[in-house]
Write a protein that binds this ligand. Structure first.
Ligand code: UDP
Ligand code: MG
Length: 316
């Protein structure tokens, strides 16, 4: 019997777990041709999340969990999960039921047809603010332009991955992870299905705009060095313009003598160049920062405990 692992990164999700567990249980009951594993990654939750998961695991041997030593963020929680899944295929799903588990049988169907990565694209983004919608649209456009890999629009991490995709992703050990880009980068046969993204069922989103902004920067800097190119390009253009201006100033001074009044243009040039220089330094700094972080070669996460459902007796 083929085994499907459901990977669920969870951080402070005590309000939603009961709903999630019911929906997943129903999914498993409706698809008895497959064996299921529900792997929860407890990403350092500070509420009752871990206790609830442990409670489920006592009576249900489909439940497995990895308890991380602290909160590492969803990106790291996902790789921790991929390191521990045992299924022939893995579905990554959010705990808050924004990704409907009812879509999973459809994913499995395409997987059986030979696709390695069946990803779910959102039709609508109900329950998200217009600001988030607009910024995310704009961001994907920019990302698409500057990186050369095709990153799927309006697609989150909700997808089914064949074992070989999982093995490929496990080999990417960079610490500032942008998993969404990695799914594209590894390649393999992809299939798109669409769905309506529901609002979060309970609890609150763990994202804020600062996190989102940092994540956006990570997305660009981990997949392209285009910003470095752009700053070289801007530097080049500014140098050419400055050179022309210097020639003009020299000619004018030789013909008319010097006029002392030049304060505004001087100020403008100094400030503009200062700005361009700082910006370029910042961009270089971003990449040096990444080099610094990666050369440390730290482990991506630490596991406090791992429980796999296999050996647990059903009733005690
Ligand atoms: N999550 C996590 N670690 C974190 C933040 C979030 O594992 O540090 C999980 C969270 O429990 C949920 C998923 O990542 O299952 C998506 O988080 P959320 O719903 O807050 O993000 P949004 O849907 O608003 O983008
Ligand atoms: Mg959510």
């Amino acid at each position: 019997m083929k085994k499907i692992s459901i990977l669920i990164p969870t951080y402070n999700e005590q309000e939603v777990l009961e709903h999630l567990y019911q929906r997943l249980g129903k999914l498993a009951n409706d698809n008895r041709a497959y064996e299921f594993e529900f792997l929860f990654i407890n990403d350092g939750s500070r509420d009752k999340t871990l206790e609830i998961i442990k409670g489920y695991a006592e009576n249900d041997n489909r439940i497995a969990y990895v308890n991380l030593s602290r909160n590492f963020g969803k990106e790291i929680a996902m790789i921790a999960g991929l390191d521990h899944v045992t299924g022939d295929a893995t579905v990554i799903i959010d705990a808050d039921l924004q990704d409907p588990p009812e879509l999973i049988p459809k994913m499995i169907k395409y997987w059986e047809e030979g696709y390695d990565d069946v990803y779910a694209k959102r039709n609508s983004r109900d329950g998200e603010t217009w600001f988030k919608k607009v910024t995310s649209k704009l961001y994907y456009q920019i990302l698409q332009k500057v990186t050369h890999i095709k990153i799927q629009k309006d697609t989150g991490d909700f997808r089914l991955l064949d074992r070989r995709c999982v093995e490929a992703l496990k080999q990417i050990r960079e610490s500032q992870r942008y998993t969404k880009g990695m799914f594209s980068w590894i390649g393999f046969e992809k299939k798109e299905i669409t769905y309506d993204r529901d609002p979060r069922i309970a609890g609150t989103s763990k994202w804020n705009y600062l996190k989102l902004f940092n994540f956006a920067i990570d997305g660009i800097t981990s997949f392209t060095t285009a910003p470095l190119r752009i700053s070289s390009f801007v530097g080049f253009i500014v140098s050419v313009i400055s050179f022309i201006y210097i020639v003009i100033v020299v000619i004018r001074t030789t013909l008319n003598g010097s006029d002392v009044a030049g304060y505004p243009s001087l100020m403008a040039a100094v400030l503009f160049l200062g700005g361009v220089q700082l910006l370029s330094l910042g961009i270089i700094g971003e990449y040096i920062g990444r080099i610094f972080n990666e050369t440390k070669q730290r482990p991506l996460y630490f596991v406090e405990d791992y429980h796999s459902g296999k050996h647990v007796k059903k009733a005690r």
